[in-house]
Design a protein around this ligand. Structure first.
Ligand SMILES: [Zn+2]
Length: 254
């Protein structure tokens, strides 16, 4: 069973120009283990909290991670996530850590041991669509899609999450945020934002633009440019489309 604890972490990382980046993240640590038959827990949560605060949060809080004054040299969130895993020795007491996540702003960094890290960037776009399948009758379309079959369409504020996986490069980053954002803006957000997906976009001309199809098309549009930006090092791992705050779909490729 998995148990997750969230702490706040604020620290400074040295930038190339001699200044600093402020890193303010939710630190999300997940452990996995069996439920102890005596106390009914995987891990004592107050001990987990104590360990995380003593071994990680207090060691990093307000410090500059430039390798001096006993701090580790951690210049990127990718390195910080891996460094935190190392501070814990990959364990919380006897219980193995399964994931260290740093989440802040529009970025999420996940480290699960090994050489790779997952980086997720979060985007928004607003678009109209109509769910309608030409292979169904009008009555069947209405029954299957309900008000989403409304002939004049309706809109959503979509949340798009794009996750890449790989080994950080020489800069310590997996993929520079500006490169990531430019690719997703060019291929998806700038194309789809404030558009009618059915009527305005060639990629949906013969598709019913369900969240599932939107995720698949998004995958196809960003895969080559993202992976091509760091050939052999970065792979597209997941597309998540949140159509409402009550439903989302995830696509991990075929
Ligand atoms: Zn809809």
């Amino acid at each position: 069973m998995y148990v997750t604890r969230v702490e706040k972490i604020t620290t400074l990382a040295p930038a190339a120009d001699g200044r600093f980046h402020v890193f303010a993240f939710d630190l999300v640590v997940t452990v996995e283990g069996p439920v102890d038959p005596e106390h009914g827990m995987v891990v004592n949560l107050s001990e987990m909290k104590e360990t995380l605060r003593r071994d990680v949060v207090q060691r990093l809080a307000g410090r500059c991670l430039d390798g001096t004054n006993g701090t580790p040299e951690l210049r990127t969130p990718e390195a910080l996530a891996r460094g935190i895993w190392g501070m814990l020795g990959g364990r919380l007491g006897q219980i193995p850590v399964r994931r260290v996540r740093l989440a802040g702003g529009r970025s999420v960094f996940d480290y699960r041991g090994g050489d790779t890290v997952d980086v997720t960037r979060v985007y928004e776009f607003s678009a109209a669509h109509r769910l309608h399948s030409p292979s169904l009758t009008d009555e069947e379309n209405l029954r299957v899609f309900g008000k989403c079959n409304n002939p004049r369409g309706h809109g959503h504020n979509y949340i798009l999450e794009v996750t890449v996986r790989g080994e950080p490069g020489e800069t310590g980053e997996l993929l520079e945020a500006a490169t990531f954002d430019t690719i997703v803006a060019t291929e998806i957000v700038d194309r789809w934002d404030h558009r009618n997906l059915n009527e305005d976009l060639a990629e949906f001309a013969n598709l019913n633009p369900t969240a599932e199809e939107i995720a698949r098309i998004a995958w196809r549009r960003v895969k080559d440019p993202l992976e091509g930006s760091a050939p052999g090092r970065v792979r597209l791992h997941r597309i998540r489309i949140r159509e409402t705050d009550r439903n989302h779909v995830e696509y991990l490729g075929d």
